[in-house]
Write a protein of this length. Structure first.
Length: 340
């Protein structure tokens, strides 16, 4: 893994152990020489299928040692030797996995588009479903949780992408994305009552508690479960850049869900419901109200939170009046120019 070792040392600012690197390079060079000899032998003595398999073995080895550019070149050579759509799709999926590992969005999007065009040409049912999981992983990595949830939920019953993750991790990601992206009725229908999801959640007590504590309005338990989820997100390669955003949005979702049921409630009641202090809930709500994320106001003297839900019809009326005034002003300016 000499190329990967060099990459990691450069990324993290580690001191390079030259002796260890030389040993790794010697092993890599010897193995690549063997693979090249196998390719040469296949080209001289065997058929196209054997040549393609030899090229794939070298590409997979280069991938394992972390030589990104060389493995991409080798996979393209293997693709040129491949005729059937199914095998070409498998190579494209491998390129997407390389892109996900290096978080190379350009590589991922180009190959997702290529996979879709190949499937449209005549891809089978299994690879069509696997592409949805790959799309979901990419959407999750760029914070598009709504599309990620939809792709994952479409493939819960037919998941076969074990090269990406096992089924427990897949269900965990499905629940995490669905909770932030889906409305409560959709969450109930597709996740809370989803037999495939429930079957796996018995083996994932923390994820189960996280899902049902919010759905059943046990907010103090939900906050504790969210703390565990935050730790999980921190150490997830794709979700780590978004963990602060995710935790903040889930807290807002929980506050909004509680406030939706009341016209007014005391700060003390809210603090008790969420298992936090009055000072914390006061500070938290103040920031969110000022940012326009929660529709309520705090009566600090009375210690009361009053909701003021926006009236959508009234908002549309005000917007129409405002846009109408702008249109009239522009018509008046235009009429002056035309008269001149």
């Amino acid at each position: 893994m000499a190329p990967h070792y060099e990459y990691i040392c450069k990324e993290l600012g580690w001191t390079l152990d030259q002796k260890l690197l030389d040993q790794m390079k010697a092993v890599n060079t010897e193995k690549i020489k063997e693979l090249d000899e196998a390719i040469e032998d296949a080209e001289k003595n065997l058929g196209e299928t054997e040549v393609r398999d030899a090229l794939l073995r070298k590409a997979e080895y280069l991938c394992r040692i972390g030589d990104k550019e060389a493995c991409l070149t080798q996979f393209r050579k293997a693709a040129d030797k491949t005729v059937t759509v199914g095998y070409r799709l498998d190579i494209v999926f491998h390129l997407i996995r390389v892109g996900l590992f290096y978080l190379d969005n350009d590589l991922i999007t180009r190959n997702i588009d290529k996979a879709q065009s190949l499937i449209d040409e005549g891809g089978d049912w299994d690879r069509r479903n696997r592409l949805k999981v790959y799309r979901g992983m990419y959407c999750m990595s760029i914070r598009d949780f709504k599309n990620a949830a939809n792709y994952f939920l479409d493939t819960v019953a037919t998941f076969t992408s074990y090269e990406l993750m096992d089924y427990k991790d897949f269900v965990t990601n499905t629940v995490i994305c669905s909770m932030i992206a889906l409305k409560r009725p959709q969450l109930r229908e597709k996740v809370v009552k989803g037999s495939e999801v429930l079957e796996v959640l018995h083996g994932l007590p923390q994820i189960r508690e996280y899902l049902f504590s919010l759905y059943d309005c046990h907010y103090a338990t939900f906050f504790k479960a969210l703390a565990h989820i935050e730790q999980h997100l921190k150490y997830d390669r794709l979700l780590a850049p978004h963990y602060r955003y995710y935790v903040r949005e889930m807290r807002i979702l929980a506050y909004a869900q509680l406030l939706e049921s009341y016209q007014s409630l005391t700060l003390e009641y809210m603090a008790k419901a969420f298992g936090v202090t009055v000072g914390f809930i006061d500070q938290e709500l103040s920031k969110l109200i000022a940012a326009g994320r929660l529709h309520c106001k705090i009566d600090k003297v009375g210690g009361i939170v009053e909701t003021n839900r926006p009236d959508s019809k009234n908002w549309q009326y005000q917007a129409t009046i405002k846009q109408g005034d702008l249109l009239l002003n522009r018509i008046q300016k235009l009429s002056r120019v035309i008269n001149i």
